[in-house]
Ligand binder design. Structure first.
Ligand code: SAM
Ligand code: DTB
Ligand code: SF4
Length: 319
């Protein structure tokens, strides 16, 4: 896997005629994955709202005007009950998110118990809890955490326009600690925050030139949240979105590319083009963390139309 992609190469790939770009992406995709299988993850917000960070897209920031009330950390048993339902509905990975800048010591035992409990159900585990220090990373690894999600969200140069309470370098530091501890990395970003095409390319390049590619790369389309600074951001052009997916597939051939937030705002045709461009993972169920997601009925219809099938448990990456 190449980790030395240059800006010029990435730009040239991105700027090809769309049919050439899609053909290249699908060719790379088929060399590494079954093109008709999609990995299914389910999300749960285990601690919602009241976050001290100022991410301008987020419904959960206490610094935004958003009116979401803050909750306490969920009880472990309730989390496991939700996880059982997700497993029954076909999820193979269970992703738990908390609206924290970083976890507090008092919350770690419950977080570790959630990881152990979900693993015992036979699903892969993923957590997204904000920044982690060395000790926290080791404890999560000890509990058996499979993946840690920590998005870089956009390019390094556009980052301060979106978030001021932490830096792009802080993000890379946590990603590095997660990788060093042997936890798989999930990191991606958001399109539609007012960034330029060059920022999108730079974001993918930042991921594709890490010492190892993230195993999982979520590509979110901004869900505009009322009262946040990005409530009125201009929507991304669907074809531009598809181009980003294709570039991600070509730069990171073995990574799972997840069509993440924003699918309620995508047509079947747009999602089909994203799958053709190499997206091969999604969030199932009718809620993400706080926002709406298509839900199983609509996704089942889409899968039927496209002849797609959920990836079987334990077959990750099998071509
Ligand atoms: N607090 C943790 C953190 O930020 O690292 C984890 C939870 S945070 C909600 C996870 C990711 O969801 C963000 O990095 C962002 O990429 C995505 N996200 C949040 N709000 C979104 C929105 N309104 N539209 C699209 N993606 C969003
Ligand atoms: C990611 O990249 N997208 C997910 C997951 N990682 C944690 C979160 C999407 C959140 C969408 C907005 C919401 O539900 O509040
Ligand atoms: Fe907090 Fe995460 Fe939302 Fe940023 S994205 S405000 S860190 S919950």
């Amino acid at each position: 896997m190449r980790t030395d992609w240059t800006r010029n190469e990435a730009e040239a790939i991105y700027a090809q005629p769309l049919m050439d770009l899609l053909f290249q992406a699908q060719t790379v995709h088929r060399a590494h994955f079954d093109p008709n299988r999609v990995q299914m993850s389910r999300l749960l917000s285990v601690k919602t709202g009241g976050c001290p960070e100022d991410c301008s897209y987020c419904s959960q920031s206490a610094r935004n005007g958003a009116q979401l009330s803050a909750s306490k950390l969920m009880e472990v048993e309730r989390v496991l009950a939700e996880a059982r339902k997700a497993k029954a509905a076909g999820a193979t990975r269970y992703c738990m998110g908390a609206a924290w800048r970083s976890p507090k010591e008092r919350d770690m035992p419950a977080i570790e118990a959630m990881v152990r409990g979900v693993r015992e159900l036979g699903m892969e585990t993923c957590m997204t809890l904000g920044m982690l220090d060395e000790d926290q990373v080791l404890r999560l690894k000890g509990a058996g955490l499979d993946y840690y999600n920590h998005n870089i969200d956009t390019s390094e140069s556009f980052y301060p326009e979106i978030i001021t309470t932490r830096s792009f370098a802080d993000r890379l530091d946590t990603l590095d600690r997660v990788r060093e501890a042997g936890i798989k990395v999930c990191s991606g970003g958001i399109l539609g925050m007012g960034e330029a095409v060059g920022d999108r390319i730079d974001m993918l390049l930042a991921l594709a030139t890490l010492p190892e590619h993230p195993e999982s790369v979520p590509i979110n389309m901004l869900i505009p949240v009322e009262n946040t600074p990005l409530a009125d951001a201009a929507p991304v052009d669907p074809i531009d979105f598809v181009r980003v997916v294709a570039l991600g597939r070509i730069l990171m051939p073995r990574s799972y590319l997840r069509l993440s937030a924003g699918r309620t705002g995508m047509s079947d045709e747009m999602q089909a083009l994203c799958f053709f461009a190499g997206a091969n993972s999604l969030f199932m169920g009718d809620t993400l963390l706080t926002a709406a997601n298509p839900g199983e009925d609509r996704d089942q219809k889409l899968f039927d139309k496209l002849g797609l099938r959920p990836e079987a448990p334990g077959s990750e990456g099998a071509a």
